[in-house]
Write a protein that binds this ligand. Structure first.
Ligand SMILES: [Zn+2]
Ligand SMILES: [Zn+2]
Ligand SMILES: [Zn+2]
Length: 431
């Protein structure tokens, strides 16, 4: 039997074989590996280079190309992030620069990089409401149908081709219906209505009836078969202000995340006022609200399990609605386990003074999610709640993304209203 020797590390009681000691210089394996790890780390610290891929670049097209290319992971390289967000750079493009980006996306598609191509086109549409109608024949050729929003400005040729294809293309029907919903012109609305009156044979293989696809694109068929929009025209980013003093004036116009006076009838926790905004705000113009402030309350503990309706009185003051139905799967909520730290963020939030594209944050896969007005960015399928009074889909007002509010926050609260019945609703989705 070979006699074991003690490990050389101070404080280590391990006994090791002489053969191991010969290999490691007298240390046990765990101590040896720890030393090696430290050496590697010190080496990385000493030799790490900071690389700024944007150095000396002024052309926003070149900058975006870099932003869209995957960074090669290398522990010895620390990449300097670009000081502006993708959205800001997209917003700053001139029309011809935007065209260059569309051309670059087409080039990527042809060379096989479908994902980056899709990201660029989605960004052009979402951040700028840029028409990419010129790219659509190429997208069809490469069977790139998703996300449907890319097709919203399609001309009659592309539309008619899709209306034909949806009848026979079993494989892509789901995506084609989404693309058609986003086109949503008179012809499409008529066809959706025809399908509603006389469901096509292929409809039985879908998860929902064809007409319901319209909701993914922010509209639905009215009883008489007309297009009824479920969204507001312009869209405003909900932004975090570094300096709160500057935002005092803005906050009179809009406020976020405050304690509401009333308590939740389900968990008895205090309700949260998600937003409190002047009804003269441009994003609400289409709604013609007759009172002064639009206030949307919900219970942040329970609201992620089901729709919460609030009824508004003559002055717009919200109160818990008798229509609320407690979900069977609502867990027992121990109030002290629920942090209300997000309320601290409220005073820092304000609406951007300049409107964004109506499609801003409408593609959930792109960043920037909290917004007011415009089209919702669904994490899952479109989920407009029905108004408990009139039964119609409620209109989208805005959304707050919890990942914008808390370090480990996740999921989005969506806000809706039925102006006629003076009812608001909130829903919640997460990935
Ligand atoms: Zn040891
Ligand atoms: Zn509750
Ligand atoms: Zn209603």
């Amino acid at each position: 039997m070979t006699e074991k020797v003690p490990c050389q590390s101070e404080g280590c009681a391990a006994m090791i074989l002489p053969s191991t000691a010969a290999k490691t210089g007298g240390y046990c394996m765990p101590c040896y590996q720890e030393q090696e790890r430290r050496k590697r780390e010190a080496y990385i610290q000493q030799h790490r280079k900071t690389v700024n891929l944007y150095e000396g670049l002024n052309d926003p097209v070149e900058i975006l190309k870099i932003m869209h290319s995957p960074l090669q992971y290398d522990p010895l390289i620390k990449y300097t992030p670009y000081p502006r967000s993708k959205e800001q750079v997209y917003a700053s493009l001139s029309p011809s620069e935007a065209e260059s980006m569309a051309a670059y996306a087409s080039h990527l598609l042809v060379s096989g990089d479908e994902d980056t191509s899709r990201d660029i086109l989605s960004s052009l549409v979402s951040f700028r409401n840029e028409s990419i109608a010129g790219c659509l024949p190429l997208l069809l050729e490469h069977e790139l149908y998703y996300p449907g929003i890319l097709y919203k400005d399609a001309g009659p040729d592309v539309r008619d081709r899709l209306l034909d294809q949806v009848e026979w293309d079993d494989e892509n029907r789901n995506f084609i219906l989404l693309a058609l919903a986003w086109i949503g012109d008179e012809q499409v609305v008529r066809r959706f209505q025809e399908w509603r009156m006389k469901p096509p044979e292929w409809a039985e293989h879908l998860y929902v009836v064809p007409a319901l696809y319209a909701r993914e694109a922010g509209w639905e068929l009215s009883d008489s078969g007309q297009r009824r929009n479920l969204v507001q025209g312009s869209s405003y980013a909900v932004e975090k202000m570094e300096d709160q003093r500057d935002s005092t004036v803005q906050q009179m116009f809009s406020g976020f995340l405050r304690h509401a006076a009333a308590a939740c009838s389900w968990c008895s926790g205090k309700l949260t006022r998600l937003i409190d905004v002047d009804t003269t705000h441009t994003a609400l113009a289409r709604l013609n609200l007759s009172w002064e402030r639009l206030q949307v309350d919900t219970c942040v503990n329970c609201g992620c399990y089901g729709v919460i309706y609030m009824e508004l009185d003559g002055d717009g003051a919200p109160s818990w609605s008798a229509y609320n139905r407690k979900p069977d799967y609502l867990p027992d909520i121990e109030l002290e386990e629920y942090s209300r730290e997000y309320l601290l963020v409220g005073p820092q939030l304000m609406l951007s003074s300049i409107p964004r594209s109506a499609y801003y944050a409408a593609v959930w896969e792109l960043d920037s999610h909290s917004k007011f007005g415009g089209y919702p960015g669904w994490v899952q399928d479109a989920g407009y709640p029905n108004c408990p009074c009139c039964g119609r889909s409620m209109l989208f007002i805005g959304q707050l993304d919890w990942s914008d509010l808390e370090d480990y926050g996740e999921g989005i609260y969506y806000m809706f209203i039925c102006p006629k019945d003076r009812i608001t609703a909130t829903t919640y989705q997460q990935s």
